[in-house]
Design a protein around this ligand. Structure first.
Ligand code: TPP
Ligand code: MG
Length: 403
């Protein structure tokens, strides 16, 4: 991305910044250097690749200082949260599957920055980043991973089953979220709520039959859905060249228009999302390929180095990292001082460390509570336990989301 120019050379006022920084920096609110920043800047970036479209998303966008700081805080939090999860896993405080999303943060923050109240998201098992940007606090994610009761599903769901308002999870069956996303889009259209569904899947998942079936019905019925291939170039340990007959994932909808988006550039993702919000309710589905990279192995049991070189991972970190890239751009454009971004990083580290402590100290649900909240409206009576003759009481103690 190129910084084209800087607009709105209004100096940041002390009162506005102290309220924002006051929250972020625990009330001190006296960060230095904010007098030298600007309120808004304009950025240009390389054009998108288009399939069956005359015009694509805007290739120039403006960003306010407030949004820049918010986005930076969000992406740094996801990165730190995933590092914390990796450490908890190594300590055996987290068991089972754990798929980390470090490197892919710009997709979650970029989409969230554009989404409206009525839009919805569904994604794969690599869901921690999205869960956080869609409203679950870091503790809700980390405690869930550790199977503790402060988890967003009270420790019952674990890594792949996290939900929030307008966020339909975390799905463990590869590709399953694609037809589910088409179904949610059907509901948007049926109810006339004006919402668009964003259904994300991996490059490996794109080869599934159910993906093609969902494309067909979505186009047949012109559903407001964006099928997004989150292309990190590997399906487990298999590179896209070895698993896909066509690696132009944005063209894989054939009769559905598609766009290739740089997923290491949060502003490109934001503009692409805005484009879809305008396009889909009028014209039906789109297929996006958002190109990105995962730094960790496929899951915690994969060191991630047998099918790719350490140098490849290093080079991506050094030259394409979505967070440091964004940091350089906003500092270059005068939207933020390096010192305040460093302070954000330090604060995030402190906050996430505190949440790690809380998650570790937190308790597990009692056994009888495992059988609560299975149904919103229980028509079954008592719930079967491990043995058919074990019967457990069902109670509704939580408020369901997305009903
Ligand atoms: C139906 C089904 N088949 C196989 C698996 C095992 N599996 C889990 S993840 C994965 C690879 C998916 O890769 P990709 O879609 O590129 O997503 P990424 O992990 O890169 O985000 C496979 C084969 C599964 N969970 N479900
Ligand atoms: Mg992949």
């Amino acid at each position: 991305m190129l910084v084209r120019g800087v607009r709105g050379l209004v100096r940041a006022s002390n009162s506005r910044n102290s309220s924002f920084l006051g929250g972020l920096f625990g009330g001190s609110g006296n960060q230095k250097n904010d007098m030298s920043t600007v309120q808004e800047a304009t950025f240009d970036y390389h054009p998108y690749k288009l399939h069956r479209l005359e015009d694509g998303p805007a290739t120039s966008t403006s960003l306010t200082r407030d949004d820049a700081l918010k986005i930076y805080h969000e992406m740094v939090t996801i990165r730190r949260m995933e590092t914390a999860a990796a450490n908890l896993y190594k300590e055996k405080a987290i068991r089972g599957f754990c798929h980390l999303c470090s490197g892919q943060e710009a997709i979650y923050s970029g989409m969230k920055a554009a989404l409206r109240e009525q839009d919805s998201v569904i994604t794969s098992y690599r869901a921690h980043g999205f869960t956080y940007v869609m409203g679950v606090p870091v503790l809700g994610v980390l405690a869930e991973l550790a199977g503790k009761k402060s988890g967003c599903v009270r420790g019952k769901g674990g890594s792949m089953h996290m939900y929030a308002k307008n966020f339909y999870g975390g799905n463990g069956i590869v590709g399953a979220q694609v037809p589910l996303g088409a179904g949610i889009a059907f509901a948007h259209k049926y109810k006339g709520d004006g919402g668009v569904n964003f259904a994300l899947y991996g490059d490996g998942a794109s080869n599934q039959g159910q993906v093609a079936e969902a494309f067909n019905l979505a186009k047949l019925w012109d559903l407001p859905v964006v099928f997004i291939c989150e292309n990190n170039h590997y399906g487990m340990g298999t590179s896209q060249e070895r698993h896909a007959a066509s690696t132009d994932f944005y063209k894989r909808g054939d009769y559905i228009p598609g766009i290739h988006v740089d997923g290491m550039d949060i502003l490109a993702v934001r503009e692409a999302t805005r484009f879809a919000l305008d396009y889909c309710p009028k014209n039906g589905p789109l297929v996006y390929e958002i190109s990105t990279y995962r730094y960790h192995g496929h899951s915690m049991s994969d060191p991630g180095t047998s099918y790719r070189t350490r140098e490849e991972v290093q080079e991506m970190r050094q030259t394409r990292d979505p967070i440091t890239g964004f940091r350089d751009r906003i500092v270059g454009a005068g939207l933020a001082e390096l010192s305040e971004l460093k302070a954000i990083e330090a604060q995030v580290r402190k906050d996430v460390d505190a949440d790690v402590k809380k998650a570790k100290a937190d308790g597990e649900l009692a056994v009888d509570e495992l059988y609560y909240d299975i149904y919103e409206n229980n028509l079954e009576g008592k719930i079967r336990g491990l043995n058919p003759w074990d019967r457990w009481e069902h109670k509704k103690t939580q408020t369901a989301v997305n009903l």
